[in-house]
Design a protein around this ligand. Structure first.
Ligand SMILES: Cc1cc2nc3c(=O)[nH]c(=O)nc-3n(C[C@H](O)[C@H](O)[C@H](O)COP(=O)(O)OP(=O)(O)OC[C@H]3O[C@@H](n4cnc5c(N)ncnc54)[C@H](O)[C@@H]3O)c2cc1C
Length: 455
């Protein structure tokens, strides 16, 4: 059995397959194992209740979401048994549960398990194509430093971490401004799994344009990949976001976190926006992230463009240096403040502001110039509950459900092909159900099922 990708999902799939008695080779394209998981702060979380998940992330596939919630406790136990460090469970983001791990130690523990169970894991080997005979997966062709490598396998698990690192695919599905979107991820997740599976006949989920990320300090700020977390402005839901024309362009408060606002910034000129907040919001705690004041201080230290003034007039005037028209920016902030003075006007505000209705009232006022980023793509391969990749056979649009007979809509798996982690579409819609939990649960399932298949 071949596992493609040595991040969270691939490592879990490899160990799970070995536990089934399969013979396993894992190949990793990068120079190290761990993928984006190694850059994360290791909070493995999801919703505690499937109904609440559905309410907050309505566009995701409810069956997948339910499975995630049901299977996560067992997956935590399994992960702990592998020797991965796991803190006790705690409540997270009002509606979730989480356990925190140390990504580097977890990667080492899973690699040790692969070796002790007789598996093999290699870095510097990138899968390019799947081999298919009579519609059945028979292996893959990969490239290492020496050239092409043919790998025979009775089953392949695709766990390449999404397509965020591929500007052509990002421009096709997500934003025409792909070249200016920050990559907040490992650099190797360039859609190889998606492209190879599509070439083998795989179907994709709807919402290929959906992605997860956070706005980060725009240049000239300088930071490295280990500072992605520190440079992420997750307080955005409490701020006022202006585009480079000085106007609001989205309900800043919408969604499960700042990721939805970030995805709207990705469609604004230059993928840029300015977050503005006052002294009260600067000190207001928001679960899941540090204080806005602290994040802005870190940004300043990294060389980001940050302004602080005692009046909105001064703030708007100085934003002129960044290219925002001062009079428009000032009018936008004043209109926002005036609207929040009465419930009726607040309801009429455009774009709306559903929650976190905080005016820009208490000086000093802070403005930070930001750029949208992409951490992982949420659309991907269409699978069943066993993580078998389904063949492109009939339309999965809801129109077909209206016009076609159900028997005409049956989807068939591609024999021997499985997916896990960010390569599986359908969990998130335009919301966020937890990246590491999705990789853990789907990696476990894909590994067990593919391992059984090869035996
Ligand atoms: C800064 C940051 C913070 C985060 N914080 C959290 C958090 O706290 N909680 C949370 O739930 N999620 C978090 N995430 C998201 C989380 O890391 C991902 O959702 C998770 O790692 C996805 O697992 P994966 O296995 O699908 O992808 P990855 O872990 O990225 O692994 C994919 C692997 O596939 C490899 N690969 C790609 N193409 C090929 C190929 N052709 N051949 C072989 N190998 C290939 C890549 O090199 C990579 O190693 C964070 C991510 C980042 C970047």
């Amino acid at each position: 059995m071949l596992v493609v990708g040595g991040g969270m999902a691939g490592l879990c799939a490899a160990v799970s397959a070995l536990e089934q008695g399969a013979e396993v080779l894992l190949i990793e394209k990068g120079t190290r194992f761990g993928g984006s998981m190694a850059l994360s702060n290791g909070t493995i979380w999801s919703f505690a209740d499937a109904a609440v998940l559905k309410q907050h992330v309505p566009e995701g596939d409810p069956t997948l979401q339910e499975m995630l919630v049901d299977r996560l406790p067992e997956a935590f136990d399994w992960l702990a048994q592998q020797g991965a460090p796991l803190e006790p469970e705690f409540a997270f983001l009002q509606y979730g549960r989480a356990r925190r791990t140390a990504p580097v130690q977890m990667t080492a523990a899973l690699l040790e398990r692969i070796a002790s169970l007789g598996g093999e894991a290699l870095t510097g080997v990138a899968m390019q194509d799947l081999r298919v005979r009579d519609g059945v997966i028979t292996g893959a062709v990969a490239f290492d430093a020496e050239g092409p490598v043919e790998i025979e396998a009775g089953a392949v698990v695709i766990a390449t971490g999404g397509f965020q690192g591929n500007p052509e695919l990002v421009a096709r599905y997500i934003t025409p401004l792909a070249d200016t979107l920050y990559l907040r991820s490992n650099p190797w997740s360039t859609g190889d799994g998606l492209l190879a599976a599509q070439a083998a006949g795989a179907a994709t989920t709807p919402l290929l344009q959906a992605f997860y990320g956070h706005a980060m300090c725009a240049p000239p700020a300088r930071f490295n990949r280990f500072e992605f977390q520190a440079m992420s402005h997750k307080y955005g839901q409490m701020a006022v976001a202006l585009n480079m024309s000085g106007q609001r362009f989205a309900d800043e408060s919408a969604g499960t976190g700042e990721e939805l606002l970030n995805s709207r910034i990705a469609l604004q000129p230059g993928c840029r926006a300015v977050y503005v907040f006052d002294a009260l919001v600067g000190e207001r705690p928001l679960e899941g992230g540090p204080l806005a004041r602290v994040v802005a201080d870190r940004a300043r230290q990294a060389g980001a463009l940050v302004l602080q003034t005692d009046s909105l007039e001064d703030l708007a005037r100085q934003m002129g240096q960044w290219g925002l028209p001062p009079s428009v920016a000032l009018r936008t902030m004043q209109t926002y403040n005036e609207a929040l003075a009465s419930q009726q006007d607040a309801e009429a505000l455009l774009p709306p502001r559903q929650t976190h209705r905080y005016p820009l009232a208490a000086p000093p006022f802070t403005a930070v110039l930001l750029q949208a980023s992409i951490t992982f793509t949420c659309g991907g391969l269409f699978t069943d509950m066993d993580m078998r990749v389904l063949r492109r056979s009939s339309s999965i649009s809801s129109l077909a459900l209206v016009t076609a007979d159900v028997s005409e809509l049956q989807t068939q798996p591609i024999a021997g092909l499985y997916a896990a982690g960010c390569d599986v579409g359908g969990f998130n819609g335009r919301g966020y159900v937890g990246g590491l939990s999705q990789a853990l649960v789907t990696g476990r399932i894909a590994g067990v099922e593919a391992g059984r298949h090869t035996r």
